[in-house]
Design a protein around this ligand. Structure first.
Ligand code: AHG
Ligand code: MN
Ligand code: MN
Ligand code: MN
Length: 332
């Protein structure tokens, strides 16, 4: 089979998936179909996002989600679109979403996979036309095929993920994912309604010129974070913080850099959710040659105990992460 790294840039997602699947003779095509279903939902949400101001689905629902956040209309809209696409695709037996407290059974008891997702990340940016994203994480179910899903399907741990990725609704809409064999990026051509291969083998630079965090929390940050930030400023690194994790993460993936959502006294585990924000982005960054850590352990080694548990997140270029972890150990 031809070397996938030599995939001609510009082939469609469909053709890319078929070629990759052909490399794995035992592949039965379910994961391929699941990725297609996610891409379809991404196209639909991309259209909703790009019309949000016109179709009056900006603004808040007037309700809170299980996170205690004011649910935005587009949070709910994206959630519905992904649930529907995964349900209709048939490969996913159950979904865990940031927007729903409990597992969503899709009615596909023979589906071999489960999906944990943040249907819309960066909700505070919807109404001000700043980039937002979707994050997804895929596991093979451990519950019996043909029966209902079980919570254990979603609590297998970060290293049990079979695939992970995100869709970035930015100046262009991109799908970036890994199935454990490197990180691949596709760019959406709206006039054709197709994702095209644009970044065959994404690797994060080992060093980078950017640090991303909300310095408004400075006085709540642990001493090791303030020490690290001081070193970044002494080195005249650039501060870049969009306030959408997917946008900040994606930029750093290409420029090199570090994104931080540290613990604070009020939020000892930070803000970001382990199952559908930290784990998938940690799998991706390790596949891209970077690191993801909670400050106490690698993100992928965190033991999952509940669906919406949070974890501190430090993620990015190896050299910046090493400097940060030196600050952690010198404070300990
Ligand atoms: P979500 O919109 O899915 O709830 O996640 C928002 C997250 C992340 O996208 C972003 O980096 C972070 O919240 C911003 O939080 P602060 O406003 O506290 O910086
Ligand atoms: Mn999020
Ligand atoms: Mn969200
Ligand atoms: Mn949210």
């Amino acid at each position: 089979t031809e070397n996938t790294l030599a995939q001609p840039v510009g082939i469609t997602l469909e053709r890319y998936i078929m070629r990759k699947q052909a490399e794995f003779p035992y592949a039965t095509g379910e994961l391929s179909q699941l990725l297609r279903d996610i891409a379809l939902a991404g196209k639909i949400v991309s259209r909703e996002v790009n019309r949000a101001g016109l179709s009056r689905i900006t603004g808040a629902m007037g309700e809170q989600n299980v996170q205690g956040e004011a649910q935005q209309k587009l949070d709910v809209e994206a959630n519905i679109r992904f649930i529907r696409a995964l349900t209709n695709g048939g490969e996913c037996c159950a979904i865990l979403s940031e927007e729903n407290e409990d597992i969503i059974e899709t009615g596909n008891p023979n589906g071999k996979y489960v999906v944990a997702m943040d249907p819309l990340d960066g909700s505070s940016n919807i109404d001000v036309n700043v980039s937002i994203g979707t994050i997804f994480s895929i596991y093979r179910r451990v519950s019996r095929v043909g029966g209902p899903s079980r919570k254990e399907d979603f609590l297998q741990g970060g290293r049990a993920q079979v695939a992970a990725g995100y869709i970035l609704y930015g100046s262009s809409t991109m799908l970036v994912y890994t199935t454990g064999h490197g990180v691949t990026g596709f760019t959406y051509e709206t006039s054709l309604g197709e994702f095209f291969l644009s970044h065959p083998d994404i690797k994060i630079p080992q060093q980078g010129p950017v640090f991303s965090c909300n310095e408004g929390h400075w006085f709540d940050y642990p001493e090791y974070v303030r020490e690290f930030l001081t070193q970044c400023k002494q080195q005249r690194l650039s501060a870049r913080y969009v306030g959408s994790l997917v946008a900040d993460y994606h930029r750093n993936l290409f420029t090199g850099g570090i994104y931080m959502y540290p613990p604070t006294p009020k939020a000892a585990l930070g803000k970001l959710r382990l199952l559908y924000e930290c784990y998938p982005l940690a799998m991706l960054i390790e596949q891209a040659g970077g690191l993801a850590h909670t400050g106490a352990e690698p993100v992928l080694d965190v033991a999952p105990t509940s669906f919406h548990q949070r974890a501190p997140l430090f993620v990015g270029s190896t050299q910046l992460m090493t400097t940060l972890l030196d600050c952690v150990s010198s404070e300990a």
